[in-house]
Design a protein around this ligand. Structure first.
Ligand code: NAP
Length: 271
């Protein structure tokens, strides 16, 4: 039996155990995945303990992703992003960040290639950092727009090392939306319990755009409802969650992840 787990504080809400256990079951693998509540002060001991116990791998969630950088050997992208969400033990203790690739693959699943596209990314927090680095590396022109403009400027400066990016505040959002191909909400606005909130409404959108909300609780956010009203293509946050997990699964096991099974497990839990 091989053990895997997610460490966080809090962690009881995590959908990762259901998603990964469904994948292990579907592939007939003798593996189990559990959630462990770990404080920031205990993170080093927890990671080294899991390594010593022969765990197959770990995920990290809030507030541990940044703290882990000083504990694991980060892969290049995780170091650039400044956060680790996946720890692999096959060759020492190596940290990855799969959030950005999760977002990119969620777009690709709906037939959207990011190369050459104008992306307006709302937010400059942890998820936004991962998405901005990934999409800029993949050839998108990324405008990072954040309520606190200084955070957008810092992120844009960091991301400019790998691709095309600029920063803005929320002034003149309507013009920026008219000029973009893909709008991504990576703020927490619209997340339960503030489900009626949105930064962007249908009158600011155009029908040729894609609106991707990474918030997945609820799945059909107010922003996505506005996108449908505007005739835009609406993409929910579930597939980003699934693909970041699928990429972690691939790193740990070398197996092709059963993405459909993982998606079903997550959507069932979110109902
Ligand atoms: P975070 O680091 O705390 O960042 C929060 C971001 O939201 C910041 O940019 C913040 O702006 C902005 N924000 C918060 N309240 C706002 C408001 N009232 N008006 C405007 N902006 C506001 O959070 P995170 O880890 O990046 O997560 C963000 C969201 O993404 C969460 O809902 C999370 O569940 C979701 N998420 C989804 C996935 C997925 O796989 N689908 C993965 C990761 C995260 P300021 O800088 O101005 O405070």
């Amino acid at each position: 039996m091989k053990l895997f787990g997610v460490l966080g504080d809090p962690v009881s809400h995590s959908l990762s155990p259901a998603m990964h256990n469904a994948a292990f079951h579907a592939l007939g693998m003798d593996c189990e995945y559990h959630a462990f509540r770990v404080s920031q002060d205990n993170l080093r001991d927890a990671i080294h303990g899991a390594y010593a116990l022969g765990f197959g791998g770990l995920n990290l969630t809030i507030p541990l992703k940044e703290k882990a950088l000083g504990i694991v050997k980060p892969a290049e992208l995780a170091e650039q992003i400044g956060a680790v969400n996946t720890v692999d033990f096959r060759e020492g203790i190596v940290g990855y960040n799969t959030d950005g690739i999760g977002a990119k693959m969620a777009l690709e699943k709906r037939g959207i290639k990011v190369r050459g596209k104008r992306v307006l990314l709302l937010g400059a927090g942890g998820a936004a950092r991962a998405i901005a680095f990934q999409l800029a590396k993949d050839g998108a022109a990324v405008t990072i727009s954040n309520r606190t403009i200084e955070r957008a400027q810092t992120l844009a400066r960091d991301v400019s090392r790998v691709g095309s990016t600029r920063a803005s505040g929320f002034d003149d959002l309507k013009t920026q939306i008219q000029d973009c191909d893909i709008l991504i909400n990576s703020t927490s606005v619209g997340m339960f319990p503030q489900v009626s909130e949105t930064i962007v409404t249908s009158d600011m959108m155009h029908r040729d755009m894609v609106v991707f909300d990474i918030v997945y609780n609820p799945v059909n956010t107010r922003l996505l409802q506005e996108a449908k009203k505007a005739g835009a293509k609406a993409i929910d946050g579930v597939m980003m969650l699934v693909y970041q997990g699928a990429e972690a699964f691939r790193i740990w096991t070398g197996r092709i992840p059963p993405v459909d099974v993982m998606e079903k497990a997550v959507r069932e839990r979110l109902k």
